[in-house]
Design a protein around this ligand. Structure first.
Ligand SMILES: Cc1cc2nc3c(=O)[nH]c(=O)nc-3n(C[C@H](O)[C@H](O)[C@H](O)COP(=O)(O)O)c2cc1C
Length: 364
């Protein structure tokens, strides 16, 4: 039976353990989406993970909808990310960049000039968004994407995937979860298009699958993963009757594309609806490559799910944020630092690169 500390081959890379650092937006980039040098130190501190998935990183100026999130479309952004992979690689962790296009979950005040809030349909998500300039603002009605906008967005994901590899990453994770652009196409409440990218699930899944195919053509199937959140409701994505069959269709279609991994989100520990075990089982049965589960894991539950064959890898968010040496702490059964929510998204090193390690605790 596999344990958390056993290696695993994923695509063409070897992970030295089965603990994945989950993607976490930390909002330390500058207004041009460029990561400052201390971001490399944050990831370097966490390089005992088997795999690190970066914070959501936009493939397009239009996808920089939150304040201070990074991009992967300009030379300066790629150079900033190169500092990160250069710092992490010698320590052994492998890294995938999460490509996150915010779509309709963005605000013009957060976007660079000339960029647009776009989505599958001209339907605003309920809720508000923080802006540095004017605080909380209602989410705007996005521009419905034209056929040309759809093609341009796929091309942007493709170029960003190439840029990630050029920056030294082992691959990319397409962010198809949590209410951002790819999920906005999947879900019927945000996608009411009448063209081939809307309607039944075959239409609503098309943008996702074409993006997957384009990324695979650009960098190789062993370098492309995807994150999905079936039964997720974050960012105004309500539950609906055909959810389970829609995502079963996606699982089958992704299996046909043979990409490196599927990463499932379950935010029930944060108060979101439970993801039925039958849904996770469908992904496990239908998709034969690596399956990553995430959400609310501690070490015992992670070991139990790995031993039961429910997943190949376990991704960990908040505990990794607050414990740079999480792998050693889990391995030794040590206590964990508590995450400080007030510094999750604030600029600067505080609450970012200053969490204590076990070595600090004993004064070494
Ligand atoms: C500060 C913070 C930022 C996050 N940003 C992202 C993100 O950029 N992309 C994403 O897919 N999930 C994001 N998440 C969700 C985490 O990847 C993870 O699914 C969630 O925290 C649940 O796992 P945990 O219980 O281990 O923290 C974020 C979570 C936190 C706490």
């Amino acid at each position: 039976m596999p344990t958390l500390f056993d290696p695993l081959r994923v695509g063409e890379i070897e992970l030295r353990n089965r603990i994945v650092m989950a993607p976490m937006t930390r909002s330390r980039a500058d207004d041009a989406g460029v990561q400052p040098p201390y971001v490399a130190e944050y990831y370097r501190q966490r390089a005992s993970a088997g795999l690190i998935i970066t914070e959501g990183t936009s493939p397009s100026p239009n996808g920089l909808g939150y304040a201070r999130i990074p991009g992967a479309f300009s030379q300066e952004q790629v150079a900033g990310w190169r500092l990160v992979t250069d710092a992490v690689r010698p320590l052994g962790a492998r890294m995938f960049m999460q490509l996150m296009h915010t779509g309709r979950v963005g605000h013009p005040l957060n976007l660079p000039s000339g960029a647009r809030v776009i989505g599958p349909s001209a339907l605003a998500a309920a809720g508000q968004m923080y802006t540095d300039a004017e605080g909380m603002q209602p989410l705007p009605v996005p521009e419905a994407m034209s056929a040309a906008d759809v093609a341009a967005a796929i091309a942007e994901y493709t170029q960003a995937a190439k840029n990630a590899v050029a920056a030294g990453f082992d691959g990319v994770e397409l962010h198809g979860a949590n209410g951002y652009l790819l999920e906005q196409f999947i879900r019927p409440n945000s996608n009411q298009r009448s063209d081939r990218y809307g309607g039944a699930i075959e239409g609503r899944a098309r943008f996702v699958l074409e993006t997957v195919e384009a990324a695979i053509a650009a960098i190789g199937k062993e370098k492309v993963g995807i994150r999905l959140s079936p039964f997720g409701v974050f960012n105004d994505m309500p539950l609906y009757d055909a959810m389970e069959s829609d995502y079963a269709y996606l699982a089958q279609e992704l299996q046909k594309r043979d990409l490196a991994y599927i990463h499932l989100v379950d935010h029930s520990s944060m108060g979101a609806p439970t993801v039925p075990q039958s849904m996770k089982d469908t992904f496990r049965r239908v998709f034969r490559n690596t399956l990553i589960l995430s959400g609310g894991y501690d070490a015992p539950r992670a070991e139990t799910d790995l031993a039961a064959g429910k997943a190949d890898l376990i991704a960990v968010g908040k505990p990794f944020l607050a414990n740079p040496d999480l792998v050693a702490r889990w391995q030794g059964g040590h206590e964990l630092n508590v995450p400080d929510m007030s510094t999750f998204y604030t600029p600067g090193p505080q609450g970012y690169t200053d969490y204590a390690t076990l070595g600090d605790a004993v004064g070494t």
